[in-house]
Design a protein around this ligand. Structure first.
Ligand code: ADP
Ligand code: GLC
Length: 501
């Protein structure tokens, strides 16, 4: 039986993206729709979302959103579709909150009104069903930006005929970002100060939206089984591990899939030459092309290590910085694409100046270039401090570019370590987060490339045949939705309504 699902998020490909969250919200609904579910996505209409570019249409009427002490706020709603599907996406138009460059910050400083901006998103998502005449079976929220949704459904909106007390799913893509604000923001959320407690929205004297969501959602999940375990520990829980442990019985890990229509070396329009597992000739051309693009010596006889990432501590960039001089002493080429913490732009810029024949660096966000690095490199480095899922290692496997990863979260779940005896495996892993372990593992991979061509061929073939499909992931989400429904409705009502699932 098809479910009616309302999905609320702050990012969605292709409209607005900062990280992998956008990939998930842009692809999962399409697969759920193919399975017969009626999914509707709601998100802000950021300034960068072009109305004409996506053919967005303004719906008649205005949403009234009660913002507590601020009073009512009003917004228009544009409707569009997820490209290549019929999935409706509703864009909330509020000039004051979203009419600016940037999703969350400017010059590395979070916007000072992010509390209001995302409380508004959460409330408007719950007002939207009235306007569009849609009564969801359940509501799916993502990360702190919409973590207020499960709280509101259980409190301020409990009596709402369309969304009140509906089952909610909260997907945590990252425990580090929690949406913690000055306690006065409780008067904007307006669910009653009795929820500002240790067993509610209060953390260290602040209002913490993620904490509220973790308590109130009917079921929780994160984007790998590994991270579902890790987020219950002090090392990875960012102070909320205790809350997650309390909810452990309702917590699931579902590994993200890959959009293989977009990430496929056999058809990729961004790369110099297409290739497949049966004919890797094109990959050599891609390597040459990449060397040319970055002005490095055009050599076949040297391995290229690629890295595409937000340049932040989560991604282990500080540890890489420490290992860099030793890596540069090897006969390798290294190509890096990313933007993030300002120090990293300077530091890796200096590395480029010191090793112009070995190190290529492009500061910025560039999707075609990301594809070219996946295709042209021999190895792909992800030394993350933590990684709930990670997408690039999965892309790398498909492109026959062996991942070198820290064994954490989704990286550990999706990459199998090279076994020198059996030649099993799809990449190279290290456990300790330090420059020595990182360098040793890069050295191991580089040594394998130079000395064990037989093993390299085996590993590349293993990697290119691995698949992480959205079909699999979407089926798991469907099961999760039914768990939420069963839990919220009770066994009897659930079976009456949805039958035996
Ligand atoms: P996160 O969401 O933590 O940043 P993920 O691995 O889940 O990590 O997703 C990152 C996504 O953003 C991938 O699709 C990756 O290719 C893309 N990406 C990151 N930085 C860049 C960049 N500088 N240029 C192009 N794409 C990038
Ligand atoms: C977050 C995580 C990343 C994950 C992505 C999508 O940004 O940092 O590991 O892949 O969400 O779930």
């Amino acid at each position: 039986m098809g479910l009616k699902i309302l999905m609320a998020a702050s990012e969605c490909v292709p409209f607005a993206k900062e990280g992998g969250l956008a990939d998930v919200v842009g692809v999962l609904p399409k697969h759920l729709a193919r399975m017969g579910h009626d999914v509707r996505v709601v998100m802000p209409r950021y300034y960068r979302v072009g109305l004409e570019q996506y053919g967005l249409k303004l719906l008649p009427g205005v949403l009234t959103v009660p913002m507590g002490i601020i009073g009512n706020q009003y917004c228009g709603v544009y409707e569009g579709r997820l490209p290549g599907s019929d999935v409706p996406v509703y864009f909330l138009e509020h000039e004051g909150y979203y009419g600016r460059a940037g999703l969350y910050e400017v010059n590395n400083e979070g916007f000072l009104d992010n509390d209001n901006r995302f409380i508004f998103l959460s409330k408007a998502a719950l007002e939207l069903p009235k306007m569009i005449g849609f009564t969801p079976d359940l509501i799916h929220a993502h990360d702190w930006h919409t973590a207020a949704v499960p709280v509101l459904v259980n409190t301020a909106y409990a009596a709402d005929p369309q969304v009140g007390e509906k089952p909610t799913v909260l997907t945590v893509h990252n425990m580090q970002y929690q949406g913690n604000f000055y306690e006065g923001a409780m008067d904007v959320l307006d669910v009653g100060w009795e929820h500002f407690t240790f067993l509610g929205l209060e953390k260290d004297g602040e209002m913490n939206l993620l904490k509220g969501g973790l308590y109130h959602a009917t079921v929780l999940n994160t984007v790998s089984e590994g991270y579902a375990r890790e987020m219950q520990t002090a090392e990875y829980g960012w102070g909320l591990d205790g809350v997650v442990r309390e909810r452990a019985a309702d917590l699931y890990g579902i590994l993200n899939g890959v959009d293989y229509e977009d990430w496929n070396p056999e058809t990729d329009p961004h790369i110099a030459a297409c290739y497949s597992i049966d004919d890797l000739a094109g990959k050599k051309l891609c390597k040459r092309d990449l060397q040319r693009t970055f002005g490095l010596p055009e050599r076949d006889d040297v391995p290229i290590i690629g890295l595409v990432s937000r340049l932040v501590k989560q991604k282990g960039i500080d540890v890489l910085a420490e290992a860099m001089p030793r890596i540069m002493a090897l006969d390798v080429q290294f190509i890096m694409l990313g933007a993030g913490e300002p120090w990293s732009h300077f530091y890796f810029g200096d590395i480029r100046n010191a090793y112009p024949d070995k190190f290529g660096f492009h500061v910025g966000y560039n999707n075609p270039l990301a594809h070219q690095i996946e295709a042209g490199a021999d190895f792909f480095l992800m030394p993350s401090a933590f990684e709930p899922c990670g997408l690039n290692q999965m892309y790398s496997l498909r492109y026959g570019t062996l991942p070198i990863v820290r064994a954490t979260g989704g990286l550990d779940d999706s990459v199998d370590n090279f076994n020198e005896k059996t030649l099993d495996g799809t990449g190279f892993k290290f456990r300790d987060l330090n420059a020595g372990a990182l360098f040793d593992t890069v050295g191991w991979a580089v040594h394998t490339w130079y000395q064990r061509k037989d093993a390299m061929a085996e590993l590349i073939s293993n990697a290119m045949t691995r698949r992480f499909t959205w079909e699999d992931a979407a089926e798991k989400y469907e099961k999760l939705y039914h768990r939420a429904l069963r839990k919220r409705l009770g066994e009897r009502a659930y079976t009456q309504r949805y039958g035996k699932q």
